[in-house]
Design a protein. Structure first.
Length: 203
C-alpha cells in the first residue's frame, strides 16, 4: 500500500506544504472533541503509523512521541463540550479542525482531511477529503494518532477529577458502565447535554 499516494499527488499538483487533519471523540457522551493537524517531511513515512483505531493504546503512545519528533510541525485543536452543545457536534468538529490547522507553525497549502465533508478552513488553504483517510494517508494517520492520544490523556485527567464516572475505563464513550454511572450520579459539567437529552428528560 502506498501511504504517500495522496501526498505525492498533491506535490505533483504544485502544493508544497501538505498537512493531514483528523479528529477524535465525535461519539462520546462527555469531554471535548479533539483534532490534530500534522505536516510530515516530503516523502517521509513514520514507521508503524496507521489508523489510530487499528493500534493498541501502547502502540499509539509510542507513535505519539515518534510523530512529534519526526514531523515538520503539528498542532492540536479542541472544541469543548459546551461548544458541542451550542453549535452541534459536526460544527464543533470543524471548529476543532480549524483551530488545529491555524495552530501550525507553518501554513499549509493544502489540507488532506479524513472523511467526506469539507471543514471551513482558511480560504487560502485547499482541502481534499479522503474517506477512511486515516487508513490511506500517512499525514492523516499521524493526525489521527495525535488527536486520539491527546484526547485519551485529557480524559484520564478528568477521571481524577470525577472518579465516580470511571472515565479512565471508557474515555467518555457511551458504554454500559458509563450509562450506569450517569444513572447513579447524574451528569457532570463535562457531559455533553445535547447527547443525553433522553437521560435528562427522564430525571
Amino acid at each position: 500500500m502506498d501511504w504517500l499516494l495522496y501526498e505525492n499527488e498533491a506535490f505533483n499538483k504544485g502544493f508544497e506544504i501538505i498537512c493531514g487533519v483528523d479528529e477524535a471523540g465525535r461519539g462520546p457522551l462527555a469531554g471535548p472533541v479533539y483534532a490534530a493537524a500534522v505536516i510530515l517531511p516530503k516523502g517521509h513515512i513514520i514507521e508503524g503509523v496507521d489508523d489510530s483505531k487499528k493500534l493498541s493504546e501502547k502502540k499509539r503512545e509510542l507513535l505519539f512521541d515518534k510523530i512529534i519528533d519526526e514531523c515538520v510541525c503539528y498542532s492540536i485543536g479542541t472544541a469543548s463540550e459546551k461548544e458541542i452543545d451550542e453549535i452541534n457536534i459536526l460544527q464543533a468538529t470543524y471548529l476543532a479542525m480549524r483551530r488545529a490547522v491555524e495552530g501550525l507553525s507553518k501554513k499549509p497549502d493544502i489540507a488532506l482531511v479524513d472523511g467526506n465533508r469539507v471543514p471551513p478552513l482558511d480560504e487560502s488553504i485547499a482541502v481534499e477529503t479522503i474517506v477512511k483517510g486515516d487508513g490511506k494517508s500517512a499525514s492523516i494517520a499521524a493526525a489521527s494518532i495525535l488527536a486520539k492520544v491527546s484526547r485519551d490523556r485529557y480524559m484520564l485527567q478528568i477521571a481524577e477529577k470525577y472518579p465516580q464516572y470511571q472515565f479512565e475505563k471508557h474515555k467518555g464513550y457511551g458504554t454500559k458502565l458509563h450509562y450506569e454511572m450517569i444513572e447513579k450520579y447524574g451528569v457532570c459539567e463535562i457531559h455533553r447535554k445535547s447527547f443525553l437529552k433522553k437521560v435528562l428528560n427522564n430525571e
